[in-house]
Design a protein around this ligand. Structure first.
Ligand code: SF4
Length: 516
């Protein structure tokens, strides 16, 4: 039988590469960035570069190494009542994002406007988006519709800014959230939160707006910025009550009208320090912003002082609030301790707060890596940690985190999935930051108690790791991984030859690139 092989000729990624589906993270950030700039997105990308800085000052990480950043925006939209969220992007990206949303219990539909090469380059995609938005804009059901441009539509310049600001009274919020402009999903939460606060602030300026559903406190309120464990706002409320203050809204909010209440707070506590665009809106609304959080004794002492100063509370009341809380935290810390060496890394943006708490709980913390950047709101935490001898790495890459693991040989590694995997392979107990640390209180007395418990329990598992290692030995490691009928045989000569051929091919490609 005659067979014909169809030659597959690789096409160099250029501007035309943006014409089709399936180009994305793997197409090369520079290519997409250049395409987006030439397609009219320079302004938004310049703003992102300023808000979400990358590069040497921050650290080596300049592109997502975890989940697609757009998940941050999508999650914020999906958690709001009376809000529809629509994605515009490659099918593979949308598949991943919807899968992750439902994995995290979205229980809401994710809208999708599909495209192909033709609808993308002819501008029909924009018409399709406009049509979808008009079809959805039912004021009986919705307060707002969020449309998120993913990498390819952003790189192709799909102009969401040309959508009407509202349809039938339903607000239309179009945002670009490309992986080549927004480095982490944490910062993507800020992209949408900032866009909504901007819209809401303009509404406030234009005239009266609806009051929040829940009755407002008669005391001055503190707006909390950042998604946190549900008990934390309540714990903060107890701590600031002696100063005559109340906790207001937490942003990202769960409903549109809460945005007005958030803007109406007397001060903003940037518990998560990476909400740069949101903070800009609060500052434009004349609200003072305070960084860090009430974690541990030092953190709580400083934070209560900063909140009191920002809201004009007397020193006597600040001292009353401090006395009411700090003694209890000291009590917890004196009764239990963390004894052990720890490395910590994550992409949530709250890593430095957890680091502070670990140090105060007695841990020998050597490294804190955050995928988020340094901002004025985490400078104080970084300085505190560095003064305690902790290595702090902003925009930490996975490689940084793994290097720290190997360098410091901790008794517990707290980190992202690949860090935890590497630690467990090395027979080191490990905890997932997102699932096990973020999902518990951090503030005040409850934070200290809860963290000590989970960390000590994890470190107490070393004997289990030792037993597993003794039992399994070197089974399933490296080239021997998998199911084998016989003991796998090494072929060093074959490996050597393959390496030689690969190196030769790489040199040839390099020479061709130079000549091109
Ligand atoms: S939208 Fe997300 S998954 Fe898709 S290409 Fe961009 S970064 Fe990757």
């Amino acid at each position: 039988m005659n067979t014909t092989t169809i030659p597959i000729i690789p096409v160099p990624a250029g501007q035309t590469a943006i014409e089709g589906d399936g180009m994305g993270c793997h197409a090369g950030g520079e290519t997409l960035l250049a395409a987006a700039k030439s397609a009219g997105k320079s302004e938004v990308l310049a703003q992102y570069a300023q808000d979400y800085p990358k590069g040497e000052h921050n650290g080596p990480h300049d592109q997502p190494q975890s989940m697609c950043p757009a998940f941050g925006s999508l999650r914020v939209g999906l958690r709001m009542r009376r809000t529809a969220t629509i994605l515009s992007g490659s099918a593979c990206c949308v598949y991943g994002l919807t899968f992750t949303s439902h994995f995290y219990g979205a229980r809401r539909s994710v809208g999708y406007v599909p495209f192909n090469s033709e609808s993308l380059v002819t501008g029909k995609l924009f018409e399709d988006i406009r049509e979808a938005v008009h079809a959805q804009a039912d004021p009986a059901q919705l307060d707002a519709i969020v449309i998120i441009n993913l990498c390819v539509p952003t790189a192709s310049g799909v102009p969401l800014q040309l959508l009407p600001p509202s349809i039938n009274g339903v607000r239309i919020i179009g945002i670009d959230v490309p992986g080549f402009g927004v480095p982490t999903h944490a910062e993507a939460k800020d992209v949408l939160t900032g866009a909504m606060l901007k819209y809401a602030r303009q509404e406030v300026l234009a005239g009266p707006v609806p009051a929040p559903r829940q009755a407002r406190s008669d005391k001055p309120t503190i707006t909390l910025l950042g998604e946190m464990f549900p008990a934390d706002p309540m714990l903060i409320a107890q701590m600031i009550a002696p100063m005559g203050l109340a906790v207001g809204t937490t942003a990202p909010t769960r409903e549109w009208r809460e945005l007005y209440a958030a803007l109406d707070g007397s001060a903003v506590a940037a518990i998560h320090p990476f909400y740069t665009a949101s903070i800009r809106e609060f500052q434009l609304a004349g609200r003072p912003v305070v960084g860090s959080a009430p974690v541990g004794v030092d953190g709580t002492h400083d934070w209560l002082g900063a909140i009191g100063a920002a809201t004009g509370v007397s020193q006597a009341l600040i001292d009353t609030a401090r006395n009411a809380t700090l003694g209890a935290i000291r009590g917890v810390l004196s009764q239990q301790k963390i004894n052990g060496r720890i490395t910590l890394s994550g992409y949530e943006g709250s890593e430095l707060l957890v680091g502070r708490l670990l140090v105060e709980c007695g841990a020998d913390l050597r490294y804190v890596g955050s995928a988020c950047p340094t901002t004025p709101w985490n400078e104080h935490d970084a300085a505190w940690l560095r003064a305690k001898g902790v290595q702090v790495q902003f925009r930490a890459s996975l490689e940084n985190d793994l290097d720290a693991l190997h360098e410091y040989q901790p008794q517990l590694a707290i980190g992202t999935t690949p860090v935890v995997q590497a630690a467990k392979e090395a027979c080191v107990p490990a905890l997932y930051y997102t699932n096990l640390i973020s999902a518990r209180p951090l503030m005040g007395v409850a934070g200290a108690g809860s963290l000590i418990q989970v960390v000590n329990a994890a470190m107490g598992n070393q004997h289990r790791f030792n037993a597993m290692k003794a039992f399994f030995g070197g089974v399933g490691q490296g080239d021997d991984a998998g199911v084998w009928q016989d003991v796998p045989k090494p072929f060093p000569n074959f490996r050597k030859e393959m390496r030689r051929l690969n190196e030769k091919a790489a040199k040839k490609r390099e020479a061709q690139d130079v000549g091109a």
